[in-house]
Design a protein around this ligand. Structure first.
Ligand code: FEO
Ligand code: CA
Ligand code: CA
Length: 697
């Protein structure tokens, strides 16, 4: 076909570095609206003024915790088989062992670029594993952009892959389940002849709804190479599409069955159709996958007609109560009336949860765990506390929103899958409040204080404890459904968009990606503090949190900031004290991952320098601590998601989300032609080194 000229690229959008198209499709133009946290919960400065010693990233303390993640073997088709698979999964996880201290990251850094390509470090190879529209469920039709349908999309790989989990099916690291989230849709890039969201047919709207959700895909490594591919048709016993159109989810926990989640279609308040805006996630020690429902607000309309008593919460979650169709609305009410909050005001309460999917049991009903609270969940990652209880760390990705932790009531029992699958149904929910060592010195410039560190201590403030509400005037049901409003009342610290939160498996220390917050310090907004130390924070930072006594079920911690992102030539950046002339520039950290040596890998979304997003690696201890280098960049317009490593460290999976997402781009006139050279399609790629070395070595 004749190549069409590329559209003019947008110079960005009001809220940051992303194109207007990203803002519209992914967040419902969140940056154009006020940050929803208008609460009077301002930060009151140094709470305890306790001096903590500088320990931070340069100290590799032993961990009193187990950080697990991998899963195992078996065949699908029966609960016994699923049980066997989980048993093997746990064996694989428990046999995991860290490398012998930090391993050097020897790759040469990839330079910033705007190439329409997945660019990997010299010597490494890459290939596409699966892309939007590829067959997932047996019987899936071949992708045809001109004949898309909801039925076809429910059998094909969904749109905008974000989180990626690789769950091994045997101990060879050559056969695995790939589980991923399909966060949102770019209708403009999906449908030929697109002329506006309001002009889509109901069939197209339902196709887009079906393109949301998750996929489970059985994959194998191609013999003699580092390439991976979906297994041959007919062997896909585990393969599954979970969609927003038809997959039933069961609500668990204190909110299940309550008035807040009952609707005319579900008078029992226990069964929700679909999951929405699944961003990142985590893998549990018992071999299931957790997924965060993030910007669910954008799918609802008609909140102007919702009952008055519901409006404070709708506003706090970014659902406009001022108009029927907010700007950029997908108007899904035309395809499914449940998206109209005038008619079904409780439907919004059925999204914004952490969901758990058991990929080893393709017939299982995925669940939404209400005990973990409702907000714009980025992800959920688990650490087992010394006493066996399970701690789940979670960020609420919105400017000035909070960092949360959930601690189960019950203890993890290795090998007892039936029991472990109930762990997330009851527990205590906390939100983080930070205190500081250098509060008076923080001027918003990013200048390090005199003690040489952005650091301090903090506490986990209880929201729900022992099945009782800890928030005056709110019931447990109210706290868990309207968690943001509940948290506002007890004074947690307003953060710069908490994204992924994960534990380093070598040290047990927790790392938080705070992606950016250009409104920090602007009129009427919270000013910089020591844990969010820059006003107009364009580039974000990485927070390290160390639970006191290594007790992940506890309520106190110390913290520091090992990395303040940006251009290393900018004095307002920090890379754990490393020589800044040798580090890569980095902007807008989003997902974090660890390799077997405990090196931190960081993917970015929204690079405020205008070059492509990428994946970076940085040692956290030893003489190389802070030596951050860019390992790969994704095609233009794309965000780097995943990432995930196989247990042997030889295969790195990276999700290329929304390639070519620029204002003015379309299916017919794409701004990226990744991955196939014709149109822009989200997809998952794998990276390896031909000599079989571990990624990054
Ligand atoms: Fe979907 Fe917070 O990124
Ligand atoms: Ca300090
Ligand atoms: Ca994200």
């Amino acid at each position: 076909m004749t190549r069409k000229p590329l559209p003019l690229l947008s110079s960005g959008h009001s809220g940051g570095s992303r194109s207007a198209m990203t803002c519209l499709y992914r967040c419902g133009n969140a940056c154009d609206h006020p940050a929803p946290n208008e609460s009077g919960n301002e930060y009151f400065g140094d709470m305890a003024r306790s001096e903590v010693s500088r320990r931070g990233v340069l100290q590799a303390a032993g961990a009193g915790a187990i950080v697990l993640g991998l899963a195992g073997a078996g065949v699908a088709g029966s609960s016994e088989a699923a049980e066997a698979a989980h048993g093997a999964a746990e064996n694989a996880a428990n046999s995991w062992r860290p490398g012998r201290g930090p391993q050097p990251l020897t790759f040469g850094a990839v330079e910033p670029n705007t190439a329409d390509a997945l660019t990997v470090a010299a010597g490494y190879a890459q290939s596409v594993v699966i892309r939007w529209g590829d067959a997932v469920v047996p019987g899936a039709p071949a992708f045809d952009a001109y004949n898309q349908s909801p039925a076809a999309q429910e059998k094909q790989f969904g749109y905008n892959n974000d989180f990626v989990a690789i769950l091994p099916l045997d101990h060879s690291d050559r056969h695995a389940l790939l589980v991923c989230n399909h966060e949102y849709t770019n209708e403009e890039l999906m449908f030929p002849g697109f002329t506006g969201l309001a002009n889509l047919t109901v069939e197209q709207q339902k196709t887009a709804i079906a393109a949301h959700g998750m996929s489970v895909v059985e994959i194998e490594r191609v013999r003699g190479t580092g390439q991976w591919r979906p297994v041959a048709h007919g062997r896909r016993a585990y393969n599954r599409r979970i969609s927003a159109l038809s997959t039933k989810f069961r609500l668990t926990g204190p909110v299940a069955g309550t008035a807040s989640v009952r609707t005319a279609a579900d008078p029992a308040g226990r069964t929700v159709i679909g999951t929405l805006n699944n961003c990142s996630g985590g893998v549990t020690p018992w071999g299931t996958v957790l997924s965060g429902e993030e910007n669910f607000n954008q799918y609802f309309v008609g909140a102007d007609g919702a009952p008055q008593e519901a409006k404070a919460s709708l506003d706090r979650y970014g659902i406009s109560t001022a108009t029927r169709y907010p700007s950029g609305s997908r108007q899904w009410d035309k395809a499914d009336p449940r998206f109209d909050l005038t008619a079904t005001p409780n439907e919004a309460n059925r999204f914004g949860w952490i969901v758990e999917v058991d990929p080893f049991d393709p017939d299982s009903t995925p669940r939404k765990h209400t005990a973990l609270g409702r907000f714009k969940h980025e992800a959920a990652n688990i650490v087992i506390a010394p006493d066996g209880r399970v701690a789940v760390y979670m960020g609420d990705d919105e400017r000035f929103d909070y960092l949360y932790k959930f601690v189960t009531h019950k203890r993890y029992r290795p090998g007892d899958n039936r029991h472990n699958l109930t762990l997330l149904e009851s527990g205590d929910l906390y939100v983080a409040k930070f205190s500081y060592t250098s509060a008076a010195e923080i001027d918003g410039s990013g200048k390090l204080p005199g003690d040489g560190a952005f650091d301090g201590s903090g506490v986990w403030l209880p929201l729900v404890k022992d099945n009782r509400s800890m928030v005056e005037g709110m019931t447990v049901e109210q706290v868990l459904v309207h968690t943001r409003l509940a948290a506002d009342k007890i004074g947690p610290t307003k953060m710069d968009r908490p994204e992924d939160v994960e534990a380093n498996p070598v040290t047990g220390h927790i790392y938080v990606a705070l992606t950016n917050n250009t409104q920090r310090g602007t009129a009427g907004k919270a000013a910089a503090d020591e844990v969010n130390p820059r006003n107009a924070n364009k580039h974000g930072h990485i927070l390290e949190l160390v639970e006191d006594r290594g007790d992940h079920a506890g309520t106190s911690f110390t913290w520091s900031i090992p990395i303040v992102c940006g251009d290393p030539a900018d004095p307002a950046t920090y890379f754990a004290g490393y020589d800044k002339t040798k580090v890569s520039r980095i902007s807008c950290p989003d997902n974090v991952m660890f390799d077997r040596s405990g090196n931190l890998w960081i993917s970015t979304d929204g690079n405020a320098f205008g070059t492509n997003d990428g994946l970076f690696a940085v040692p956290l201890s030893g003489p190389e601590a802070g030596h951050l280098k860019q390992f790969l960049t994704v095609p233009k317009g794309a965000e780097t998601c995943g990432p995930a490593l196989t247990g042997d460290g030889e295969s790195l999976f990276v999700a290329v989300q929304h390639p070519g997402e620029f204002s003015g781009a379309s299916w017919d006139s794409p701004a990226s032609v990744w991955p196939d050279g014709d149109h822009a399609k989200p997809g998952i790629a794998v990276v390896w080194h031909p000599d079989g070395r571990s990624i990054g070595r």
